[in-house]
Design a protein around this ligand. Sequence first.
Ligand code: 5AD
Ligand code: SF4
Length: 462
Amino acid sequence: MRKKLYIKTYGCQMNVYDSARMAELLAPLGYRPSDTPDDADMILLNTCHIREKAAEKVYSELGRLRAVQDDKAARGGRTLIAVAGCVAQAEGEEILARAPQVDLVVGPQTYHRLPELIAQAERLGPGRGVIDTEFPADEKFDALPEERMTDGPAAFLSIQEGCDKFCTFCVVPYTRGAEFSRPAADVLAEARRLVAQGAREITLLGQNVNAYHGAAPDGRGEWGLGRLVRELADIEGLARIRYTTSHPRDVDDELIAAHRDVPQLMPYLHLPVQSGSDRILHAMNRGHTADAFRRIVDRLREARPDIAMASDFIVGFPGETEADHAATLDLVGRVGFAHAYAFKYSPRPGTPASAHDDHVPEAVKGERLAGLQQLLAAQQQAMNHRTVGRRLPVLLERRGKLPGQLVGRSPFMQSVHVSAPERLLGHMVDVDITHAHPSSLHGTIATAIWESGEVTQERAAV
Ligand code: 5AD
Ligand code: SF4
C-alpha cells in the first residue's frame, strides 16, 4: 500500500543527508515523500539540538502536529510521528514525557533500524512510544540500502560522523558520539553511484570532516581527507568536490596541497573559528589561537589564491568581555570572509560551558551579534560585488522562484540566478555575472555549455 511520508529536517547538512537516507530506507515499506504533513501516514522530524532555539522548535512543531494526527484519527486512520536526530539522542524519554503523541524516538546512529521500530510502534498502538538511541559501532552504514535515490546534480555524501574535540559549548560529542570515519572504499563506491545517477558535485559531510581517517582500500593504513579528495577527483564526470564542516586543528599539509593541486576541489572553505580572542578560544577548548587560524588561512590562500573563506562565530560565550569581542571583530577584519554564520552563545545542558557562572546578559549578546553580523554582511556583499563582470562556472541545481529561472552555485558557493531553459538543469554553464545582491548573484548564460565530464580550470582570481 502506498503511504505518505512527510519529513521535516532541522539543522545541519548531516541531517539533510540522514533525512534522504531515511526516505530511501522507508521506500520499500511503501512510504513515498509528501511535501505536506496533512494526511501523512508518517511524520518524521529530523531534529537539531545545537542551540536551545533549534530544540524548542521541535516541541512547538509537535504541538501543531497534534491537530494533523487528530484529523486523521477522526477519519479512522493513524499518523505515526517519529522524532529522529540530535534532540532524539539527547532527550530520549523526555520527548515522550513532553509530547506523548510521539510514536518513535530514534537517534542518528540507529535510524537504519526504523523499519523494525515502525513495526513495533504499529503493534503497540498510540500512546506507547518506542525508543532507540543506542550507539552501535559503525553498523549503520552497512545496514543502509546501497541504492541512492538521486539527490540531483549536487549530492551529499557522509564520510565521517561524531566528534572527539569536546569544545566546551557544544553538544555534538554527546549527541553524535565518538569520531568515526567510513572506509575509503565505501566512500568511493557511493561517490561512483551518485555520479552514475547524475551527480556533478559531491559535498563530503562530517561533523569534523577533515578529521577523516578512513581505512585505505588495500587495507594498509588510513587515508586522510586530502588523499580521499585526490582519489575522488579521478571519478569521471565528477566536476566539483566540496567538504563541510571542518576544524582548524585538522587542516593538514595534505589537505592544503589538495586545494593547490585538485581543480575539482572548489575554492570555498567553511572553517569555523568561533572567536578571535585567545582567552575565549582557550575557554572553548578549541586547541588553537587566533594567530594559528590566520596562519592556516594564509597557507590556504598561498595554495589557492582565490579561495573564499567562510566561518562560524559565537558571541557572548561565558566571560566574554568587550575586549574579547573586539578581538573577534579584528580577526574578521583581517581575514575577510565570503560568508559566515554568527550565533549568540546558548547554554546547552551537560556541556562544561553551561556550568560557568559568568554568563553574558542577553542584551549584550544581542548587541555584539548585531555588530558582528553587520561586519560579516558587509564583507559578503563586497565579495559578491567583486564577482560582477566576471564569467563564472555555475552548476544549475534547481528551478528558481520565477518562471524560466534556474539557480545554481558559483565555485565560491554563491547562489546564482539565471534565465535558462529547463533542459540545462543539472548542467555546468558559464555565467556572466551582472548583478550582486546581499546574498546572491544574477547573471546571463554565456555561450559555452560544459559537456559532461569536462573540467576546466576555475582559478581566475576574484
Ligand atoms: N551556542 C551557540 N552556538 C553554538 N554552536 C555550537 N554550539 C553552540 C552553542 N552552544 C555553533 C558553532 C558551530 C555551529 C554549528 O553552531 O558556531 O560551529
Ligand atoms: Fe562541536 Fe567543537 Fe566538535 Fe565542532 S569540533 S562538533 S564545535 S565539539
